[in-house]
Design a protein around this ligand. Structure first.
Ligand code: DAH
Length: 346
């Protein structure tokens, strides 16, 4: 008797589950429930056979009967909710909901790249195009045409990264030490192709000098060079352009000053300083952003531009210094350590 009881219960389980799988709507689901789990259903009917089971087998059969009942009930609930949520067994999807938040951290552009683009944008609004030049240069563009003749102390190997020996090679190559090289390339190009002057460009890029690394120096850094050549360009244009830049990029009340200085390629020359607080709460101090001046007539002539007809100004600023001032970064080494805790903040 016990064997047939077990067979019956197993059969109810197997068939019940198979039929439930085939149920496709609420009405047939209800029919299934009545047929299997209802008070006059198959399970109840099978339980009627319990009375014929030997008392010693009753616990075993009873246990199986309970297990089948629980299994069918669980399967019934799952099928019911699957039908209600549109068929699939996963959660109902509302296509109009916004997507789930993607918690994987996304990368972002480096601060220097960001500042470079911001600078190009600000100067772009003042009418400056973007020009570029190579990082591997020769002494003609880095020195000669910028009015830095042979024997000038700025050419010393100790201050430059030469690729060829400057003593033995007729045209030594070097990693450029300043973006002023692009002034020369742009003027040469404008004259050769006949599209200028007028010339109005900025040129951001990397430069290299064998400097000892500290909070404001490195062997590689970035500059942005500016050059404007036209009829009657004067020191007033230079000063107002730089004031404009400082106000547009930093703050309406940005404090700037020009200090007389010397560069071989400008006459007169000046240093451009801005008052900046590098640490929050600390008093602002004058920080040198770079040099500027009126383009020396020798430089114009070296590029085939008549200094009697054209005048111009030029400037070259350190992008790291600008980034430090803009974002309150006290030490430029932080910019290249690539510590995500730092990079994430800006
Ligand atoms: N090239 C200079 C430097 O690296 C900066 C500079 C000064 C650029 C005066 C200029 C300029 O265009 O007119 O220190």
């Amino acid at each position: 008797m016990i064997a047939s009881m077990i067979d019956t219960l197993e059969e109810i389980r197997t068939r019940g589950l198979a039929e439930l799988e085939a149920v496709g709507d609420a009405a047939s689901l209800e029919k299934w429930r009545i047929a299997y789990l209802g008070t006059k259903g198959k399970l109840k009917a099978a339980m009627g056979g319990m009375k014929d089971v030997a008392p010693s087998d009753k616990p075993k059969v009873g246990k199986l009967a309970n297990a089948v009942k629980t299994e069918l009930e669980t399967a019934f609930k799952a099928r019911k909710s699957a039908l209600e949520t549109g068929g699939g067994s996963g959660p109902r999807i509302d296509m109009t909901e916004p997507g789930l938040v993607w918690t994987q951290a996304l990368g972002r552009r480096h601060i220097i790249s960001r500042v470079r683009d911001e600078l190009v944008d600000v100067f772009g609004r003042m009418g400056f195009d973007v020009a570029q030049g190579p990082e591997l240069e020769d002494d003609e563009h880095n020195f000669v045409k910028l009015n830095i003749p042979e024997g000038h102390p700025a050419r010393e190997p100790i201050d430059n990264f030469y690729v060829d020996d400057p003593q033995t090679t007729p045209r030594p190559r070097m990693l450029r030490s300043q973006t002023s090289t692009v002034q020369i390339r742009t003027m040469d190009d404008a004259v050769a192709r006949g599209w200028g002057p007028p010339i109005k460009i900025v040129s951001p890029g990397r430069v290299y000098r064998p400097d000892t690394v500290d909070a404001t120096h490195s062997f590689m850094f970035h500059q942005i060079e500016g050059l404007y050549i036209d009829h009657d360009v004067s020191m007033v244009d230079l000063k107002s352009t730089l004031m404009h830049f400082a106000r547009a990029y930093f703050a309406e009340d940005a404090e700037v000053r020009l200090r007389p200085s010397f560069f071989p390629f400008t006459e007169p020359s000046a240093e451009f300083d801005m008052k900046i607080a590098l640490k929050p709460g600390e008093p602002a101090q004058w920080i040198e952003l770079g040099g500027c001046g009126m383009v020396d007539p020798n430089v114009l002539e070296a590029c085939g531009i008549d200094p009697e007809e054209w005048t111009g100004f030029a400037f070259g600023f350190g992008i790291e210094r600008i980034a430090m001032g803009k974002y309150g970064i006290p030490d430029s080494r932080m910019l290249f350590e690539n510590d995500l805790r730092f990079l994430d903040q800006i």
